[in-house]
Ligand binder design. Sequence first.
Ligand SMILES: [Zn+2]
Ligand SMILES: [Zn+2]
Length: 326
Amino acid sequence: MRSTGIVEGRFGWAVLLALAGVLSPLVPARAGTGLAARGAAAGESTPPDTATVVLLGTGMPYPDSKAQGPATAVVVGKRIFLFDAGPGVERQMEAAGLPVRGGPVTALFLTHLHSDHTLGYPDLIFTSWVMGRTEPLRVYGPPGTRRMTEHILAAWDEDIHIREGGLEHSVLGGYRVDVHEIAGGVVYDSAGVRIRAIPVPHGSWKWAFGYRIDAGGRSIVISGDTRPSPALEEAARGVDLLIHEVYPESRLKAEKRPGGEDWPKYMKSFHTSDRELGALAQRARPRKLVLYHIVRMNGTDEEILRGIRAGGFQGAAVIGHDLDRY
Ligand SMILES: [Zn+2]
Ligand SMILES: [Zn+2]
């Protein structure tokens, strides 16, 4: 009988930690395990890894050739942490010059399970396998992530069968996923990288997270989808980089379609306007505010940045574009 492909999260993590503790003196300096970085710090000769943000996709649900689905990479040395897997994620990793062979992604963190943030999840699972991944893909996400993963693996059951049993000779079980369903708090803390999930209010979703990443002497907060969140604001206080979703408040009006009268109500419950974000950023004072997942409603960059200013934030604020690095 074929395995479900899901690796039990907590058990896998415990085993990994135990192995790290037992084997660290024996394990060669291999990128991605985090063990090498710890050894380097003790050796005092190698500079610590820096943390670089690569915006892989800055879009939202509507197709836009200039903005792929939401996905952000935080690269720390040879480790790659992905936040969301919108459509196009694997191709954008390649376009950004990030490695795609051999399963280079250390872990994927999902903000929530809306389709625009997860349509690239099967891409990440299966394309990374095609590109030589042999270890389970480690994924952190809200309750429901495990069920989604099981359904994805079931949906591609025929593909798995053909690749494993046919002339491709794909690595047996190389598609597997190590799912960790989370409820907030520190979800990853290893070799100088600390990642905290912050529950945020995203309309009627029971679970949605922003993330704060502390690594390489930098602090980064990624909002995911949320209306103004006091918890996220607190987490973003004085950070180097706040990457936040936004829409132009001046463009918000009822739409001429069935249910369109609820559009303003929907946006206010699920998302954050430029003025609201300007006020939030004025209180939190990040060193730089990067706007992504912009539901434009025909609003221009200038309009949105004016909205941020009108909200009160006068610090550095930029529109994020696909493949920008910070
Ligand atoms: Zn979204
Ligand atoms: Zn959403």
